[in-house]
Design a protein around this ligand. Structure first.
Ligand code: ASP
Ligand code: MG
Length: 474
């Protein structure tokens, strides 16, 4: 087979008819040179609205069908702009009507039963991709490209964790060979619904919020694609969030490890699992702006393009809370850490940072603020007896903090990064509450007061001269 590009379009890149047309033109021009597989997200905001309809239905609030009705109308309006041929348009509208009518019935069912299981939740939240894929395929056909919608339930086989499903790579490969390869061979451009998968028995699953990036790399790896392009609404990956650092610079090339670390630590350009499927085969992944396709974007590769001091980017995570389990009673007591993390895991809270000083006076961990209350409750109940006997003196939560992370793969083995980071903060009078460094050394993270987050990011960004590192190759 000739070259294959996998192109994923995010929610803003397919946000309305005009955006979909622009995306279709990008596909068309790529399709002149290679085979293209398209993966789409739902139109921007649609997944949230579907989820809210499902939540309202289970709460017995309002009439959830009014939300579904407005989604139906939005997609039909876009279809009318995109498709000029009357009979193609009629056919498309019938499909959109059918999908939304099924969704409305499903919501009525949820409302009647007052029950919303993970399976049903996944099914409702997947509707946006099923609708947008049809608009995209129709728009490609309008440009005279032979395009066909492929339901990812037929290709992306996953485990049965319905809302955070994991693709089963071996099975996905087989299905991709059976379903997608023949289309590509015949010169058809498949338009696959992102975000969605199905168990081996065909029950629909979703890959987690923002999961269509992951769909794209999973399919790219399964088909041995040549490159994957994630089309979004920003120019690529920057050295910092430009809202915090106005002179943040675009990174032309970063490594898989750096991109994964940045995705995990707050830079919202990629779903955190996106790069896993492509690392082994070293398939390059691009982040590009569908609103400015003339710009080259950021390329993610094995090597990246390390700078001398190794620091590539600074990220910040607001809306997190620090929980501290402490007291002199825990010094030297075996099992406190195990008990702590067992309690945290029992509520499935995602731990972003862990730190314990060698005096062992306390263990602190940072979780998403939405998980804080539950986590605290689980810890207090796990340590109830110890609190009573003062073996553990306190379990406290501080919601008023933020994490700042300094990221760069080649920081490993470069002495002085932490020193420079902390003295830059010290010079500005920024207090560091806790520090952690993973042994991978891709990342040094620290906790500051929420109000100091912006200053901390700017201080470190400036210290490593990220705004003017000119050694990047173009
Ligand atoms: N539409 C899904 C979401 O909003 C998946 C995606 O956009 O990647 O989470
Ligand atoms: Mg996304």
């Amino acid at each position: 087979m000739n070259r294959l590009q996998v192109m994923k379009f995010g929610g803003t890149s397919v946000g309305d008819a005009e955006c979909i047309r622009r995306a279709a033109e990008i596909v068309l021009s790529a399709a002149r040179e290679s085979a293209v597989l398209v993966v789409v997200s739902a139109m921007g905001g649609v997944t949230n609205r579907l989820i809210s309809a499902a939540n309202k239905a289970v709460a017995g609030q309002d009439d959830p069908s009014s939300e579904i009705d407005s989604l139906r109308q939005q997609h039909i309006d876009a279809a009318k702009v995109l498709v000029s041929d009357k009979s193609s348009l009629d056919k498309l509208i019938v499909e959109l009507e059918q999908i939304t009518a099924d969704t409305a019935s499903l919501c009525r069912g949820i409302s009647l039963l007052r029950e919303l299981t993970p399976k049903t939740y996944a099914t409702v939240s997947s509707v946006g991709e099923r609708l947008s894929a049809r608009l995209m395929a129709a728009s490609l056909r309008e440009l005279e490209l032979n395009a066909a919608v492929v339901e990812s339930t037929d290709v992306i086989v996953t485990d049965d964790d319905y809302l955070q499903a994991e693709p089963l790579m071996h099975e996905v490969r087989e299905r991709a060979a059976a379903v997608l390869k023949p289309l590509l061979r015949d010169g058809v451009t498949p338009v696959v619904t992102g975000f969605i998968g199905a168990t081996a028995d065909g029950v629909l699953t979703t890959l987690g919020r923002g999961g269509s990036d992951y769909s794209a790399t999973t399919l790219g790896a399964a088909l041995d694609g040549d490159e994957i392009i994630i089309w979004t609404d920003v120019d690529g990956v920057l050295t910092a969030d430009p809202r915090l650092v106005p002179d943040a610079r675009l990174l032309r090339e970063i490594s898989y490890n750096e991109a994964a670390e940045l995705a995990y630590f707050g830079a919202k350009v990629l779903h955190p699992k996106t790069l896993r499927p492509v690392v082994e085969a070293a398939i390059p992944v691009w982040i590009r702006n569908s609103f400015a396709p003339q710009k080259i974007g950021t390329r993610i590769t094995t090597e990246g393009h390390p700078t001398e001091h190794g620091v590539r980017a600074i990220t910040a995570i607001p809306n997190v809370s620090m929980i501290t389990v402490g007291g002199s009673g825990i010094v030297g007591v075996i099992g406190v850490a195990a008990k702590t993390f067992q309690a945290v895991a029992s509520v499935r809270a995602n731990v972003l940072l862990i730190s314990q000083s060698s005096s062992e006076n306390d263990i602190c961990l940072v979780v998403d603020s939405v998980d804080a209350a539950q986590t605290l409750k689980a810890l207090r109940s796990a340590f109830a007896a110890d609190l009573k006997h003062h073996d553990v003196e306190h379990i406290t939560v501080d919601p008023n903090i933020a994490i700042v992370a300094v990221v760069g793969e080649k920081m490993r083995g470069t002495p002085g990064i932490a020193g420079r980071t902390f003295s830059a903060l010290g010079k500005r009078g920024i207090n560091i509450i806790a520090i952690a460094q993973g042994s991978s050394e891709y990342n040094v993270s620290f906790v500051v007061e929420a109000g100091a987050m912006g200053d901390a990011v700017r201080a470190v960004h400036e210290e490593f001269e990220l705004q003017e590192a000119r050694s990047e190759a173009s």
